[in-house]
Ligand binder design. Sequence first.
Ligand code: GLY
Length: 439
Amino acid sequence: MTVLIIGSGAREHTISCAYEKSPQVGKIIVAPGNDFIKYHRQKEVLTDNRCGLKDPESILDIARKYKPDIVDVAQDDALALGTVDLLTENGFRVFGATRKASRIEWDKRWSREFMRKYDIPAPGFRYFDSEKGAEEYAESLYDNEPGKLVFVKASGLCAGKGALKATNVVEAIEKIKQMKKFGEAGRVFLIEDGLRGEEFSVYAISDGNAYYIFKSAQDNKTVSNFDEGAQTGGMGAISPAIVTRNIATEVEDRLISKAIEGMDKEGAPYSGILYLGGVVVDGRPMNIEYNARWGDPECQVVLPGVETDYVDIVTAVIENRLGEVDIREDDKARVCVVGASRGYPGDYSDVKGKRIFGLEEAMNMEGVTIYGAGVAVDGTNFYANGGRLFSVVAEGADILEAKRKAYCAIAHVNIEGNNLHYRTDIGWRDVERYLKSVS
Ligand code: GLY
């Protein structure tokens, strides 16, 4: 089989490895992809950057060129712009949510109204299309409740950076004004009640009817340790996360099955990966957001643990018979530490083109895998070519082992001029919990 994966980051690298493990797959194309995806592969893996993720017609051209047996549309812009619909209409077998189904991610106002309609636990919100109305609302909020946590959130897609936190009226008004920088995505925006608690991510795969929920994960979204600093696309992840058996039952009953049933009732059956970004408030899970794809970097710690042939799972989704597949996962823990250019998510332009040292050593360590994002490859030399550069993922029997291996591995890596940045606290909560549980 030939598989075409649409996307360009470490998530798509991870997805390509899941397909590579399948004995049914001979060739993989990742479009646009990145250099590192092709490095040291067991099977034929190509990238083709002659397409744009916001240009479904260009993706159709790529599909026509390679004639894949399966197309996996993994990236949010491509999903939002109807790539799945276009490819399906043109006779391809496609895995991913349709434009209508992926609205659960690309229209956050609609998504919150959907949650309200189907009684899915989620924060209170109001939406606005003018600064004036929003500012008046913020003033009244803080008159009633000084110190309140709120999120000002663009309704459209903003590469994971569209939710801005405020805890006083000055900050809230500043964040409202920042919505402009998101252009059309920030034209309509929400002011949501902030939920205080520990966050988690859960992924369900669904054919619109049957679904399976994978092991939980936790993303670390801010640039600095202890959740400080600016929002990023994700600086690290662990799996499994805080989701205990009781929380998992509630997640399934109140947040996943209701969403899948609701989407069906809305005439948008949900086929693909449904990503729940959740938070545990007073021991109970609530929704922060739904997305229509694997998360990055959570995919890097969840998908490698899936033991069932991924082609069998994806094919069953495409053929609406997911209920027939016995999905198995291993019981390992995984930790992902993202290596970024110093300066990210701000200006990191002076890091571009600098040599990255030590990746090869890190990737040769037992139980360690490196997934590439912004790494340019020239022969056996690697160069920084982006903000988030690579994900170091380590597996272990428990969180302690996985964390130790991940940090041993990334300790081998550096960038010319001391330009590598990574968080050093990924997994700290789980280590604390683990140590308490064994003491
Ligand atoms: N991990 C955050 C995201 O993929 O949106």
